[in-house]
Write a protein that binds this ligand. Structure first.
Ligand SMILES: [Zn+2]
Ligand SMILES: [Zn+2]
Length: 347
């Protein structure tokens, strides 16, 4: 089989490499990968941002995917050949304080599939059964590939926000996590607007509109006027920052109402801003990171119910055989969530 690997410490440098099909350890299952999504962090590896300097190369990337069990190690008890699965790609160590108290998403020794060990842009992948999650029959394979990013939005909204029916909600950043967060906030009863920048006008803001959202292009629209119009001059009850940009938090502070909540989902790096207005308005600043078992469960149900519309959301125009095109288009904002057919890597 082949795999798409990061091969050197520079921009781009993704190559198709020949690999032995992995042999599962006793506690692992061998998965035939059906579909895999392209995540913002995969684009970060393509760019080779500093967060990925720890990677040992070459490493096959890809962490959001679905497939079928085709072989199970002797100690595997909860999965059998033929089962459809997804992986929870952030693996807690099971031993640190956070893991002991049920906070595996912030484990002190977490390892991530497709970063710290070979991932799913390959024909097959071998996975410990403790990291696998069953996929119900009513979720299509191409949609199941996107359970992992959906679970990030589910955690941000359902676990970590106070979005309630009738709330006015802004999601800053119409990238993959923003579009998913928006759909789940709407499923919770929020009236949601998605905000983007100039580059988003080509694909991502129109996608948000196709998904039924009001949108704001902060480079063209009068942000204050739109806020006053959409919130009767009060400001949004909850603002999610999924931009991953240093301007996201200062903008959220401008947009949220007094007594409202800001949920930080994107990783924005450094920003400098006056904090006194946050204190004087009693703004609740909440972070949300990664996801856990229950977030996967909820995501599978939200996809099955149609509350999260993956048929509209995903973009299957690209091939793993010419993945650079997908990465470059993603980085230019010309797509939002590419989903690859991984079977092309099996021959
Ligand atoms: Zn991801
Ligand atoms: Zn741990």
């Amino acid at each position: 089989m082949r795999g798409l690997a990061k091969t050197s410490r520079s921009q781009g440098a993704m190559e198709l490499v020949d690999l032995e099909r992995p042999t599962p350890e006793p506690d692992e299952a061998l998965i035939e990968v059906d579909y895999a999504g392209l995540c913002g962090s995969d684009a970060g590896i393509y760019e080779f941002e500093s967060a990925f300097e720890r990677m040992e190369l070459p490493t096959v990337i890809g962490h959001e995917y679905t497939g079928r069990v085709i072989e199970a190690g002797d100690d595997v008890t909860n999965f059998a050949v033929g089962d459809r699965v997804v992986e929870r790609p952030i693996r807690g160590c099971g031993e640190c304080y956070q893991c002991q108290i049920g906070e595996e998403n912030v484990c002190q020794n977490a390892v991530i599939t497709g970063v710290d060990h070979d991932g799913a842009y390959a024909g097959h992948v071998s996975v410990p059964e403790t990291a696998l999650h069953p996929v119900p029959d009513d979720v299509e394979p191409k949609h199941a590939a996107l359970v992992e990013p959906t679970s990030i939005g589910a955690r941000a909204v359902i676990e970590n926000s106070r979005v309630s029916p009738g709330d006015r909600v802004m999601v800053a950043g119409p990238g993959p996590i923003g579009q998913l967060t928006a759909q789940i906030a709407r499923a919770q009863g929020g009236e949601v607007v998605l905000a983007g920048v100039g580059q988003d006008a080509e694909y991502r803001l129109p996608l948000a509109e196709e998904l039924g959202f009001e949108t704001i292009n902060i480079e063209d629209d009068d942000l204050d006027a739109r806020r006053d119009e959409l919130t009767d001059g009060v400001g949004y009850d909850v603002v999610f920052d999924t931009t991953g940009h240093p301007s996201g938090l200062p903008m959220a502070v401008e947009e949220v109402r007094k007594g409202g909540q800001i949920v930080l989902v994107g990783q924005t790096g450094e920003t400098t801003m006056p904090y006194s207005p946050l204190v004087r308005a009693e703004i609740d600043l909440q972070c949300s990171y990664a996801s856990m078992y229950e977030d996967f469960e909820r995501s599978l149900r939200l996809i099955a119910s149609g509350d999260v519309d993956h048929a509209t959301f995903l973009d299957d125009r690209f091939s793993l055989l010419e993945a650079d095109e997908a990465f470059e288009t993603f980085l230019a904002g010309g797509t939002c969530k590419p989903v690859f057919d991984a079977s092309v890597l099996r021959d």
